[in-house]
Design a protein around this ligand. Structure first.
Ligand code: UDX
Length: 454
């Protein structure tokens, strides 16, 4: 098939790479010439393991190319994927400016029947608006169908997620469009769910919102566990064994969920509900709990430091919103660093992939960007782990203890083994469980003696 993928971001690049790799003729369309030239040479604008290799291979074998020419990209293809961003607007709703601009462009270049497939996450009713805009801009007699085909890939495992997706959701209005979609996905080993446009649009939001709800739920269970002296990790294991619930997305964290999707999509769905004169109370709480989670973790830090962070230095491992990505959008780590710095502390920070992105938003004021994990620990009074990179899991605790001045370790991801950390002489404070950083009454320890490890 001849495919045009508009928007070389996460979804667009991964989609272009995989459809080309499956034998289709694919052209990726973007606006920025420099970016497009780099992609063609295998230099990706995003950090995604394995992506560059697949793109280079398919460019070399002649199935994939990238262009800034809308005419070339659209006219040559019979299936057009819309994969541009839908960032959060001022009202919380998804900003559809880029989607509608693309719809206009497609209309302007319509030559013969095309299936226009929306992969961008868009609110209910958007595909009908796209249809309208294309109609308004196309030449007389133009023929096309719109299809909603939401994408469920996660950053860091995007290629695997798209190739081995659990389901392919296709919202369409007629058999003509469905036939093309069945052909397009015929080699994927996943059930295709065919439905109406609006339900397909809603499936994407409902999926992300439900996953975010699971996270906020387990984060609140974690709050209770700390108070009641239970262990949230054990509870998640036990609850997750119930097949009806499942273990996934039940990892409590001190920094809440982040990234370019959950915060934006939950807010957009909430906005959709208020637009429909419905107050989605559960979603409101999901968002509120997610924000509170960071403040609650910050409270633990300040309590352990006797409410005085000024003059102390914190080591921070992890800046990205989760492991295996350089993405810091809505990253809980960045928000925590801002709070710690706001309390007058200095920081030494490290992330295997997100250093450059972080420098751009946090600058250098009060922050030293470390060379590696252990450089971060040199002389720090306390260490925080904010992102679940595998590299941090295997940290040498004895070596770390020697490098640090103090002995406080705040693990906002429950990444480390409690016994090992406590055994190495740290005062350990994590999420949803009591540790040696708590008094018998369940309060956070707060002595300067412990803090300095004397
Ligand atoms: C998400 C959806 O999973 C994906 O289907 C959709 O297409 C895009 O949004 P992504 O944002 O890449 O993907 O990351 P994901 O792995 O889902 O994690 C989102 C956030 O939730 C991260 O901050 C992560 O750390 C957090 N999380 C995840 C938890 O706090 N606990 C968990 O148990 C799982």
């Amino acid at each position: 098939m001849k495919i045009c993928v508009i928007g070389p971001g996460y979804v667009g690049l991964v989609g272009a790479a995989i459809f080309a790799d499956m034998g289709n003729q694919v052209v990726g369309l973007g606006k920025n010439k420099e970016k497009i030239d780099k992609i063609t040479k295998g230099v990706m604008p995003i950090y995604e393991p394995g992506l560059s290799e697949i793109i280079l291979k398919n460019v070399k074998e002649g199935r994939l190319k990238f262009t800034t020419s809308a005419t070339e990209g659209i006219k040559e293809s019979n299936v057009i994927f819309i994969c541009v961003g839908t960032p959060q607007g001022d009202t919380g709703a998804a900003d559809l400016t880029a989607v509608m601009a693309v719809a206009k462009e497609i209309g302007n270049n319509l030559n013969g029947y095309k299936v226009i497939v929306t992969k961008s996450t868009v609110p209910v009713g958007t595909n009908e608006r796209i249809e309208h805009v294309v109609q308004e801009n196309m030449p007389k007699g133009g023929e096309f169908d719109v299809v909603s085909n939401p994408e469920f890939l996660r950053e860091g495992t995007a290629i695997e997620d798209m190739r081995n997706t659990d389901r392919i959701v296709v919202g369409a209005k007629n058999e003509r469009a469905l036939k093309v979609m069945r052909e397009l996905y015929k080699d994927f080993d996943a059930p295709m769910m065919e439905c109406d446009l609006r339900s397909a649009e809603m499936i994407k939001y409902a999926s992300n919102a439900l996953l975010a709800t699971k996270i906020s739920f387990i984060n609140e269970i974690g709050q209770l566990c700390e108070r009641a002296d239970a262990n949230v990790q054990v509870v998640a294991e036990g609850v997750g064994l119930d097949k009806r619930i499942g273990r996934a997305f039940l990892n409590a964290t001190g920094v809440g969920y982040g990234g370019s999707c959950f915060p934006k999509d939950v807010a957009a769905l909430y906005k959709t509900s208020t637009d429909q004169a419905y107050d989605f109370k559960l979603l409101r709480s999901v968002m509120e709990v997610n924000e509170l989670q960071k403040f609650n973790f910050m409270k633990k830090i300040t309590k352990a430091m006797d409410d005085n962070l000024s003059g102390y230095t914190f080591g921070v491992l992890g800046l990205a919103f989760k492991g295996d990505t350089d993405d810091i959008r809505e990253s809980g780590a960045i928000k925590m660093i801002r709070m710690i710095r706001g309390h007058g502390a200095k920081l030494r920070v490290y992330d295997p992939a997100a250093m450059e992105n972080t420098k751009k938003v946090l600058g250098h004021d009060g922050i030293y960007y470390s060379k590696d994990m252990y450089d971060t620990l040199e002389g720090v009074d306390a260490l925080c782990i904010f992102t679940e990179w595998n590299e941090f899991k295997s940290i040498d605790l004895a070596k770390s203890k020697k490098l640090m001045k103090g002995s406080l370790l705040f693990d906002a991801r429950n990444l480390l083994d409690q016994k090992a950390v406590e055994g190495a002489g740290f005062i350990y404070i994590a999420v949803g469980k009591r540790t040696n950083g708590y008094t018998e009454d369940g309060d956070i320890v707060s002595t300067a003696i412990l803090r300095n490890g004397k």
